[in-house]
Each structure stands twice: as structure tokens, then as C-alpha cells.
Design a binder for this molecule. Structure first.
Ligand SMILES: O=C(O)CCC(=O)C(=O)O
Ligand SMILES: [Fe+2]
Length: 336
């Protein structure tokens, strides 16, 4: 009896797609869960805010954390701010909130928004809420508490300073620990124009049929990028190093006694809304007795209703790389 051999299986190759440059707000909205808003602030305010953040950034620090058995440092400087007028109640809570920005490191009570940040924040809140009205809300998204105002508002901000083209941030999605699922993050760019890269994380059951594409968005001075709900669940983002950058030339001198100095720095301020139902007391602690972090299950996302999130140990980032195996699914009731 002869044995008939099956013909060898030919796996269909999924073509790799070249990076796509998204140079207009319409292209950004078409390909990503983000919107781009050029010239968002009055030019004089954007310039004043740039100068004040550059001055403040002299005190900012590089983030440090343990990656396996190596202590690593962020390739840019960073700072975290609390908006006292709205939100978390006491200094201890603010301190705990800031801790997540510094990879679990305990910090002093964070500084409050400067007058320029406050002025910019009010304008940005309006732009974000107008934009959110045009979009369908996800069931797990913040919809306001009982008797609460459901509009998006910023109660914290995190800021980064990238000096020159080599400073960067690698591909990541932001932790959802205090933001909750389907968060909206408003990201203001000031100074030197840099490229913002976005890449989708393809769910495990689709990797054989499609590939992720990198989208590159140039972010000019005084532009707002809104990372809308689902961006942290579906996409990773980064500011890649660049071999060449254009210097930013402010429209006004820093003071009447000074000349205009071009700058090679980019300041980024992300305005964020820490949800009242994701406050320190409600966040599980792991076996190391450290508050855990909340991550989306990006590879097994489903439909925006039954998506999964995990609380995981974060002690390892500050504890010689040694954490515990704590892992707990987030229990959520979709409000629709
Ligand atoms: O600088 C930027 O535009 C992005 C910063 C960022 O992704 C972050 O701080 O989480
Ligand atoms: Fe980020």
C-alpha cells in the first residue's frame, strides 16, 4: 500500500506595511484613535508656557527603574503635577498618585499647576470635551459618578522635556492605574517639532491575518494630540530619537531685556483625569505591600465591553528588580 503524502502547507505571507506619515489632522483621525489640533493655544500663551516649563525643567529628573537585573534611566527628564482645585483630597493621596509616574518610587507631594498651566488647561478641557461629544462613548469609559459632572477634566499633568534629537521615549501604552479603562489623555507639544509614532498591538487571534503599521505624526509647537478612548488598549506610542531636528524659534523674547534664542528642546504636557473610582484606597496591594498597576490585556482585547484588565505587582521596578507574582483581574461593571 502506498502512502500518499499531503502536499506541504503554504502559509500565506502577510505583507509588511511601510510606515505611514500622517501630516494632517484628517489623516491622523482616519488611521489612529487620536486627533491632532494645531495652534490650540493663543500664540503668546504657548510661548510663555514654553519658557516657564523650560525654566522649571532644570529641576526635573530622569525616571529610574529596574528592568530584570539592570537599573535603567529614562532618556528624557520628567515631572508630575497636581491640580489642587479639583480632585484628590489630601497630600498623602496626591503623593501616592504621583508615585505611579515615577515607576513606584515614593516622592514628595507633587507641585501644583503654574498659572500658565492652569490657563492652558482650561482651553484644552474645552477642546477635549468638544471632541469627545463627536465620538461614541465606550461602555467601560468614565461617564461621571452619581450626580457628578460627566465631562472630562484634568486633575493631574505629567510633563517631559526632550533636549535635542537623541532624547526620546520608547514604545509603551500608559498605565491605567488611576485613569481606568478607555481613558482620554490630552497631550500638548511645545518647542521643537518631534515625530510621535503610533503602532497597533495586533490581537493574538489576528496575527496570522494582518500586521501592525507604524504611523508617524509630526507634532509642531502649540499642537494638542488627544489620545482618545481605546488608544491605550489598542496602540503603543513613542517619541523616537531623530538624527536631525529643526530648532524652535519662539515668537517673543523671554523678557524685554533679552534676544530671542532658538531652542532644541521639546516640552510635552499630558493632562490627565484621575478617576474618583480609581483612587489609592480602591487599588489592590500586592504581596510586597505595594499598590499594583493596572494594564489592559492588549493581545486579547475583545469588543470594548468585555475587555480584560489586570492588576499586577509593580514592586520590581523599584526593588532591585524583585517583585511578586501578584495578578488579579479587574472587576468592572460596564455603565452604558
Ligand atoms: O512626549 C510625548 O508626546 C509622549 C509622552 C508619553 O508618551 C508619556 O509621557 O507617557
Ligand atoms: Fe505615554
Amino acid at each position: 500500500m502506498s502512502i500518499l503524502k499531503q502536499p506541504p502547507k503554504t502559509e500565506k505571507k502577510v505583507p509588511q506595511l511601510p510606515p505611514l506619515l500622517l501630516s494632517t489632522p484628517a489623516l491622523v483621525a482616519e488611521h489612529t484613535p487620536c486627533t491632532l489640533h494645531p495652534g490650540v493655544l493663543p500664540p503668546e500663551l504657548a510661548c510663555r508656557l514654553f519658557y516657564s516649563m523650560i525654566d522649571a525643567s532644570r529641576q526635573w529628573k530622569r525616571n529610574t527603574w529596574w528592568l530584570f537585573d539592570r537599573l535603567v534611566q529614562s532618556p528624557h527628564k520628567t515631572s508630575f503635577f497636581a491640580r489642587r482645585t479639583d480632585g484628590i483630597d489630601d497630600d498623602a493621596s496626591w503623593q501616592e498618585a504621583a508615585r505611579y509616574w515615577y515607576n513606584g518610587r515614593m516622592t514628595d507631594v507633587p507641585p501644583v499647576f503654574s498659572p500658565e498651566m492652569e490657563e492652558a488647561c482650561r482651553i484644552i478641557e474645552q477642546v477635549v470635551n468638544e471632541e469627545m461629544k463627536k465620538r461614541t462613548r465606550f461602555p467601560l469609559e468614565w461617564a461621571g459618578g452619581v450626580g457628578d459632572d460627566p465631562s472630562w477634566r484634568a486633575n493631574v499633568a505629567a510633563s517631559n522635556c526632550y533636549e535635542g534629537g537623541k532624547e526620546s521615549v520608547g514604545f509603551h501604552s500608559d498605565h491605567l492605574t488611576y485613569l481606568g479603562p478607555y481613558a482620554t489623555i490630552a497631550s500638548l507639544s511645545l518647542g521643537t517639532r518631534r515625530i510621535f509614532s503610533l503602532r497597533e498591538v495586533i490581537p493574538s487571534d489576528e496575527v496570522k491575518t494582518r500586521r501592525a503599521r507604524t504611523f508617524n505624526v509630526p507634532l509642531p509647537h502649540n499642537s494638542l494630540t488627544i489620545m482618545h478612548a481605546s488608544c491605550q488598549e489598542q496602540f503603543k506610542h513613542s517619541i523616537p530619537p531623530q538624527s536631525a531636528i529643526d530648532m524652535y524659534r519662539p515668537i517673543l523674547p523671554k523678557s524685554s531685556r533679552e534676544d530671542i534664542e532658538p531652542s532644541n528642546c521639546r516640552i510635552n504636557i499630558t493632562f490627565r483625569f484621575y478617576r474618583p473610582d480609581f483612587r489609592p484606597a480602591s487599588i489592590p496591594r500586592c504581596k510586597c505591600d505595594v499598590p499594583t498597576i493596572l494594564r489592559p490585556d492588549m493581545k486579547n482585547r475583545v469588543d470594548g465591553v468585555t475587555d480584560r484588565y489586570w492588576w499586577t505587582c509593580y514592586a520590581g521596578a523599584q526593588n532591585d528588580g524583585k517583585g511578586c507574582s501578584f495578578w488579579q483581574p479587574l472587576q468592572l461593571n460596564a455603565k452604558s
